[in-house]
Ligand binder design. Structure first.
Ligand code: 3HC
Length: 303
């Protein structure tokens, strides 16, 4: 059955090579997923070779783990390793059919990245943004062909979270949307098509949860208490552990976008922004990030 709002799947374009712009944690996670599930070459780039190498090393480590756990046979692991490469040379995107960015969550940065690659890629290539809350239409405003831009919003951890929000901007055409839906399916994710509105669907709710947890902090309830108080309500992890997972800067950006779009409905937390400047994991996490509430957090937050 065709998902709500999805165009005819025959309109999907073939994807023989993927380009990933950015080699941060999110980009590296989905670069690996593309290689594993689409089994096509995946090229990642970033501003400098050190960033690219960090991304490649994360991907290599994850492939090793999957091989050790028997989730990838050694033939498959070798095949996936060989499919992922990294460079700082964006001209190598020329033969990519699908290029997706996960660079800094700032409108002007995303616009600039696409302005740079549009003359390089083929006119047929589809481009996607993994923005967590910015307007896809505005990101594509300076493109010569905005109709081939679509939002493709992954959730962290990419390997595990089952959903992708496919964001249809007013200009997104049907072949672009069909290509995004076909890719999501090949990745083994369920995809929903959302309107191009701030926070799409999921981050509207998450920004509420994170914002209210941060409000409790601003009002003087210590972070571990907020975290513990919310543990029994059925969330898979506490709100601050979740912020640690997505990153404080990302969480603060989502919050900013929501506050400026809907000032009467979302809460701007001073502590959230102070902690985003520190940008370090702060919770005691069973997922292995830190042992205890960090000194950085204690400096920034009145606990
Ligand atoms: N990378 C890869 N795999 C991971 C992982 C990671 N970072 N973290 C966990 N996993 C895998 C584990 O290997 C394990 O796989 P297995 O069962 O095959 O061995 C599986 O996930 C379950 O992990 P655990 O047993 O360690 O832990 P949990 O059962 O507690 O689940 C969780 C971990 C899936 C992360 C769960 O806590 C969860 O769903 N948390 C909420 C995550 C969430 O809401 N994400 C959305 C964030 S919002 C976002 O990303 C959007 C952005 O725009 C802000």
């Amino acid at each position: 059955k065709r998902p709500a709002g999805a165009p005819d799947r025959d309109l999907a374009k073939p994807v023989r090579k993927v380009g990933v712009i950015g080699a941060g944690l999110m980009a590296s996670q989905f670069a690996l997923l593309f290689a594993r599930k689409l089994r096509v070459p995946v090229l990642i780039t970033d501003l400098d070779q050190a960033r690219v190498d960090k991304g490649l090393s994360y991907i290599g480590g994850e492939i090793d783990k999957m091989e050790q756990k028997g989730r990838l046979s050694s033939d498959d692991a070798n095949q996936v390793r060989a499919l992922v490469s990294g460079t700082t040379d964006k001209t190598l995107y020329a033969d990519c059919d699908w290029v997706i960015e996960a660079v800094f969550e700032e409108l002007s940065v995303k616009q600039q990245v696409f302005a740079e690659i549009e003359p390089i890629i083929s006119p047929e290539a589809v481009i996607a943004t993994n923005t967590s809350s910015l307007s896809v239409e505005q990101i594509g405003a300076q493109l010569t062909h905005p109709e081939r831009l679509v939002g493709f919003h992954f959730f962290n951890p990419v390997a595990v979270m089952p959903l992708i929000e496919v964001v249809k901007a007013p200009s997104t055409d049907d072949p672009t949307l069909a290509t995004a839906m076909a890719i999501a399916k090949k990745l083994g994710k369920s995809a929903v098509i959302t309107a191009d509105r701030p926070g799409f669907v999921v981050n509207r709710l998450l920004a509420k949860v994170m914002g209210e947890a941060a409000r409790a902090l601003d009002e003087g309830t210590p972070m571990p208490v907020v975290e513990r108080a919310l543990a029994p309500i059925g969330l898979p992890m506490g709100p601050f552990e979740l912020i640690d997972l997505v990153g404080w800067k990302v969480a603060a950006h989502v919050q900013d976008t929501m506050v400026s779009a809907f000032p009467e409905r979302f809460y701007a937390s001073e502590n959230l922004h102070r902690l985003a400047e520190v940008d370090e994991p702060l919770t005691k996490s069973k997922h292995g990030k830190v042992e205890d509430l960090s000194k950085a957090g204690k400096k920034a937050v009145v606990l």
